[in-house]
Design a protein around this ligand. Structure first.
Ligand SMILES: Nc1ncnc2c1ncn2[C@@H]1O[C@H](COP(=O)(O)OP(=O)(O)OP(=O)(O)O)[C@@H](O)[C@H]1O
Ligand SMILES: [Mg+2]
Length: 380
């Protein structure tokens, strides 16, 4: 196996903000980049050499991208397996179709985690309104229902509580009458994630855990390193490395984890790509997740993941643009240690990730406080 050196071309399936930031890191290293995305004005389109406008299941377009690339990667799980298989005829695809096949379907992913012996919460698959109903009852109507595929940022997901009991038939219809998983609502103490990068030969590198705070099932802010005990860091890192090895993933793998009130650690879900919870790695770590993605898929030596300075990010959703005044970016940028990252999405919609703010601090707490102060300042 030989390294794919700067000057070569990287093809990215998906041109959202993750593709954009990966492309920016790749350009810094001297690579050429092309992406495939259904949206002509996708965030990556402004920073790449070429952008193919095509659906994620357009196998011919995926082949076209791969023919002109030395390596192909992806930034979103919703790429069709057939597109990955077709691309793999022309260039190495990292991560490959086998990994995506496991990850892109919640039932397959949970079965894989469970049979591999990794700790996850109680869940049941439901492939009909009847099965949905019995699973919801099994968890005493205190559960999360999630479509098996296509969901992100809490979309295609319903939180069921004993007080808001819709009928199973209604819920089944709302979720598109498609297979779903029902998960027992867990007593969370906190949420963390762990990023692993893995080269084609198996060499892997693990980042310190990120602490993640969600509002309405969407990541609100995130900080590196998670202020947890050394013991928890060790357990989380070992678990993440084992999952990456077992999955044989090449590229990045982020493992979202739940820390329960009794201290137990469970896997929530896997993402074989850069992840929102590691955007702060651009500020906190020696090597950002985006540079590490490029290094791992190009089979270059992995960069040092260690923390130089604590950092935090807060997401900017479309809601920020929908107030009576435009966001006061000048006020946010006046706060020490703060930077602005916008994804050049032209249409702000409620809940749509338009960008993020980042801040460094002497402590994680200070970084979080600064980044939230900066976000509050936008509304002034
Ligand atoms: N079983 C559960 N118990 C408690 N909280 C949960 C459970 N499932 C989900 N949540 C909450 O909802 C959030 C989103 O869930 P999940 O990660 O499954 O959705 P997603 O749509 O894939 O989100 P994302 O794209 O942000 O990763 C979790 O991070 C957590 O805060
Ligand atoms: Mg999640």
């Amino acid at each position: 196996m030989s390294a794919i050196l700067p000057g070569a071309t990287i093809g990215i399936l998906g041109g959202g903000q993750l593709g954009r930031m990966t492309a920016m890191a790749a350009r810094s290293l001297g690579y050429r980049v092309q992406v495939l995305d259904p949206d002509r004005s996708c965030p990556a389109s402004f920073v790449v050499d070429s952008c193919f406008t095509a659906a994620y299941n357009d196998v011919n377009a995926a082949a076209h991208l791969a023919r002109g690339s030395d390596v192909v990667t992806l930034e979103i799980e919703q790429i069709a397996i057939a597109s990955l298989e077709e691309a793999a005829r022309y260039a190495p695809v990292r991560p490959d179709a086998a990994v995506l096949n496991i990850v892109q379907d919640r039932i397959r992913q949970k079965n894989w985690l469970q049979t591999s012996g990794f700790p996850i919460g109680e869940w049941e698959p439901a492939t009909s309104a009847l099965e949905l109903s019995s699973a919801v009852e099994q968890f005493h109507r205190d559960c999360f229902i999630k479509s098996t595929s296509g969901g992100y940022d809490g979309r295609s997901q319903i939180r069921v509580q004993p007080t808001n009991a819709n009928s199973a038939e209604e819920t089944w219809k709302v979720l598109g009458s498609r297979p779903c998983v029902v998960e027992r609502a867990l007593p969370l103490d906190s949420e963390i994630s762990v990023l692993v990068a893995r080269r084609p030969g198996g060499e892997a590198s693990v980042y310190p855990p990120a602490l993640n705070h969600h509002e309405n099932q969407i990541l609100d802010w995130s900080a590196i390193p998670a202020p947890a005990s050394n013991e928890l860091h060790k357990i989380a890192s070992d678990l993440a490395l084992q999952i990456a090895q077992q999955l044989q993933v090449v590229g990045l793998l982020v493992i979202e984890m739940f820390v329960l009130k009794d201290g137990k650690l469970l896997v929530n879900e896997l993402a074989p790509r850069p992840h929102n919870s590691y955007h702060a790695s651009e500020r906190a770590c020696v090597t950002s997740q985006f540079e590490q993605a490029v290094r791992s898929i190009c089979d270059l030596p992995l960069g040092d993941p260690s923390v130089v300075k604590p950092a935090a990010i807060s997401n900017l959703l479309g809601d920020v643009w929908l107030g009576s005044k435009p966001p006061a970016f000048d006020l946010a940028l006046a706060i020490p240690g703060v930077r602005l990252h916008l994804y050049e999405k032209s249409v702000p919609r409620p809940g749509r990730k338009m960008g993020h703010l980042s801040a460094i601090g002497n402590t994680v707490e200070q970084a979080v406080a600064r980044v939230l102060e900066a976000r509050d300042a936008l509304a002034r």
